[in-house]
Structures are given as structure tokens and as C-alpha cells.
Ligand binder design. Sequence first.
Ligand code: FAD
Length: 160
Amino acid sequence: MRGIAHAIGIDCELETNGALQVCNTNEDAAQGQAYVDKARQFGIPSKIWDQCKTAAALGSVAYAGGLFDPNTGQLHPGKLVAVLKSAAQFAGVEIFEKSPVVHIEEGPQHCITTANGRTVKAKILVLATNAYSSQLGYLRRAVRPSTKSRRNVLSWPYAG
Ligand SMILES: Cc1cc2nc3c(=O)[nH]c(=O)nc-3n(C[C@H](O)[C@H](O)[C@H](O)COP(=O)(O)OP(=O)(O)OC[C@H]3O[C@@H](n4cnc5c(N)ncnc54)[C@H](O)[C@@H]3O)c2cc1C
């Protein structure tokens, strides 16, 4: 990410000062430990923090522990989009903003219709519409609203 941003010349305010994923329960902490053991085999230097260390960092004893990854961090999401947009355009991609797709007709040449009534034909179509794919008739039975987050993620500056 840093390399692409540097090449494009847009500072997306990337700071890799780590992130702490807090564990709500002992079961979450045990799962976190299993993850750390596996991650270390791949050279990822994650660590499990016990309840004391997590409480000392956060000022709250509410959590059973934490999963700290020193390699992660945060950036400015809007500027990241600008970086990715410029990189894609530099590679020859044409971007058509404000052109929502309302219908897809699959075939040897897929035909997509946009909200202004125009159609675009393409041999290959990539659906990158996240959870909204169901509105186009795809993945209807594969997407559901999340009712409960098992872990919370805190960026390190807030955790510290
Ligand atoms: C508040 C918030 C904070 C987050 N924070 C983090 C974080 O700190 N770190 C992290 O890794 N992830 C974070 N995420 C998750 C991350 O944003 C998503 O995982 C990621 O953006 C998914 O990328 P995507 O390309 O699959 O979908 P999206 O980024 O959602 O892109 C889907 C695109 O499809 C477009 N689209 C949908 N339907 C149509 C249509 N019919 N026609 C045309 N276009 C359409 C949408 O407008 C959208 O631009 C956060 C998410 C939220 C909501």
C-alpha cells in the first residue's frame, strides 16, 4: 500500500502502529491464542495480551484479553480510494462513476443496464457489489445481516 501510494504521489496517511482486537470472553481469548500460534508459523508477529495488559492499555477490565498485531495500522480511507483510483486509471482502467447497475442479463455477451437506461455489453463481468449483490439477484441466500460482532477492533492509538 505504501509503495503504491508513493508511486502515485498521494499521501494516504498510512500509519502502521498496530491494532488491538479485544476479546470479549475467555473463549474468544482461547481462539485468539490459537490464531496467534498459527499466524506465527507464517511469520506474522501477533501477540495475545492477557486481561491485565489489555486493562492497563484500555483502562477497562471489561475484556478477557486482546489480540495485538504490530504490523497493522490505519489510513485515510478517502485518500486510499484516490490512490486506488489513480493506480487503476494509470493501468488503463476506465471508471464510470454514478452509473448504478439495475439489471444484468447473462449470456455469451453479458448485458448490463444502468439506471439511466443505457446498456453495456461485456464478455466478462465482475460483481464487486459487496452485500448489495442481492439487489441484482445474486447471492440472495448467502448474505444476511450480522446480529453480533464476536470481537471488537481498536486501532492502537485509541488502545494506547
Ligand atoms: C464503517 C466501516 C468501517 C470499516 N473499517 C474497516 C477497517 O478499518 N479496515 C478494514 O479492513 N475494513 C473496514 N471496513 C470493511 C471494508 O470497508 C469492506 O470490507 C470493504 O470495503 C469491502 O470492499 P468491497 O470492494 O467488497 O465492497 P465495497 O467497498 O462496499 O464496494 C462495493 C461497491 O459496489 C457499489 N455498488 C453496489 N451496488 C451497485 C450497483 N447495483 N451498481 C453499481 N455499483 C454498485 C457500491 O456503491 C460500492 O462502491 C469497514 C466498513 C465500514 C462500513
